[in-house]
Design a protein around this ligand. Structure first.
Ligand code: NAD
Ligand code: MG
Length: 395
């Protein structure tokens, strides 16, 4: 690539977006910000636009666009609104690279627009791949889109695979992909006490600072379940080729086990700026502002097998992966509804898994080889989960 790498950052105001702009700001000679998007937190988006002077900013609706436009008078940023604008900036001819960091199903259509436009796609929005894996990866191979994982586990796996990896794990001598998980804030909480945990406790992750939805997902280990499905698509891995290992220190970000007995891993401090910098500069390496890993300070690393009674969401995700078809999209949709209800105090923590399980049972199996079918599965999962929530309130 000649000249500066021109970026669109979808979800700039979130945790991944902020970390991305932090890395970008360290290398003004390498990166130029062309578009930033944010859904709420307009004050943050306004400050980011003043600092990085993108050509475009995208918000959710025209009222917010008007407000942001007024706040940015004289900055030279054109403010747009809505899903079509998100898709538009993801596919702009003057954009080389798209950071896909919108949370949840809302990220699917703009991320897919970037894939279809053949941009270099840095994928943080795992939900897009969980929902629409088959459609998404078919577009990636049709367009030859460079796809780099931002999720720390998948970025670690990517770094631990041969550079020549082309979607055939066996041909590279890979036996298994081992995804590490911290176990979240409730790894050692007595299971009976989980009925009483609050959103604040669930969002207080021991090692990572993240958005609220993914923080709850980490507590239930649905995050790891979504990541198992993400790994299936990114690395063309069969369910039996993916194993989850609890590693409370979050220093080993994931591992690849080879047939000769070798295990390659990527280690580092738990800081998302590392995978972000890796993907932004790939195949080069740049400073991410992350402190060097101090093994003497860490002293020891621990590993545990996940307890599926404590983490039923992890079983549900494997179940959905094995079922295939619309099951992962239904799982993802029901999880989004259940997590939102939990965050708003409308659902007890253990009921998150119950709502998802009941939704998976309620929605009939269907194929999802078109985007329309994926969106139908997403709607069906949401409706089933909302139905369960209403039934609970009625009883
Ligand atoms: P966040 O909640 O901090 O930020 C989400 C971003 O998406 C914000 O910019 C928000 O404005 C935008 N957004 C939310 N709803 C939207 C909608 N309906 N339309 C358009 N934009 C919308 O989330 P995050 O923690 O930064 O996570 C972003 C994605 O990255 C998620 O898919 C998450 O699973 C993944 N991820 C995050 C981390 C992490 O450390 N935070 C690690 C790995 C993967
Ligand atoms: Mg992760």
């Amino acid at each position: 690539m000649t000249g500066r790498q021109r970026l669109a950052i979808l979800g700039a105001t979130g945790s991944i977006g902020l970390s991305t702009l932090d890395v970008v700001a360290r290398h003004p000679e390498r990166f130029e910000v062309v578009a930033l998007t944010g859904h709420r937190r307009l004050d943050i988006l306004a400050a980011q636009c003043r600092r990085h002077r993108p050509r475009y900013a995208v918000v959710g609706d025209s009222a917010d666009a008007k407000r942001l436009g007024e706040a940015l008078a004289g900055v030279g940023t054109e403010v747009l609104a809505g899903v079509a604008a998100l898709e538009g900036v993801a596919a702009l001819p003057e954009v080389d690279t798209v950071m896909a960091a919108i949370v949840g199903a809302a990220g699917l259509s703009p991320t897919l627009a970037a894939v279809r436009a053949g941009k270099k796609v840095l994928l943080a929005n795992k939900e897009a791949l969980v929902m629409a894996g088959a459609v998404f990866m078919a577009e990636v191979s049709r367009r030859g889109t460079p796809l780099l994982p931002i999720d720390s586990e998948h970025n670690a796996v990517f770094q631990s695979l041969p550079r020549a990896f082309d979607g055939n794990l066996a041909a590279c001598g890979v036996r298994k992909v081992l995804l590490t998980a911290s176990g979240g804030p409730f790894r050692a909480t007595p299971i009976e006490a989980l009925a009483e945990v609050t959103p604040e406790q669930a969002c207080a992750h021991p090692n990572w600072v993240m958005g609220r939805k993914i923080s709850v997902d980490s507590a239930t280990m649905m995050n790891k379940g979504l990541e198992v499905i993400e790994a299936r698509w990114l690395f063309n891995a069969m369910p039996d080729q993916i194993e989850v290992v609890i590693h409370p220190e979050s220093v080993i970000h994931s591992l690849v086990q080879y047939v000769d007995g070798s295990v390659l891993a990527q280690l580092g401090n738990p800081d998302m700026r590392t995978p972000i910098a890796h993907a932004l500069a790939y195949p080069e390496r740049i400073d991410a502002g992350v402190a060097p890993l101090d093994l003497f300070e860490i002293g020891r690393l621990n590993f545990e097998r996940p307890d599926l009674r404590r983490f039923p969401c992890l079983s549900l995700a494997f179940q959905a992966l094995r079922a295939g078809g619309n099951a992962p999209a239904v799982l993802n949709a029901a999880n989004e509804v259940a997590v939102e209800a939990f965050l708003e105090g409308r659902l007890a923590y253990p009921d998150i898994a119950q709502v998802i399980a009941a939704s998976l049972d309620a929605v009939p199996a269907a194929a999802t080889d078109t985007l329309e079918a994926v969106l139908a599965a997403d709607r069906a999962g949401r409706e089933a989960a909302l139905g369960m929530l209403l039934a609970r309130h009625a009883s």
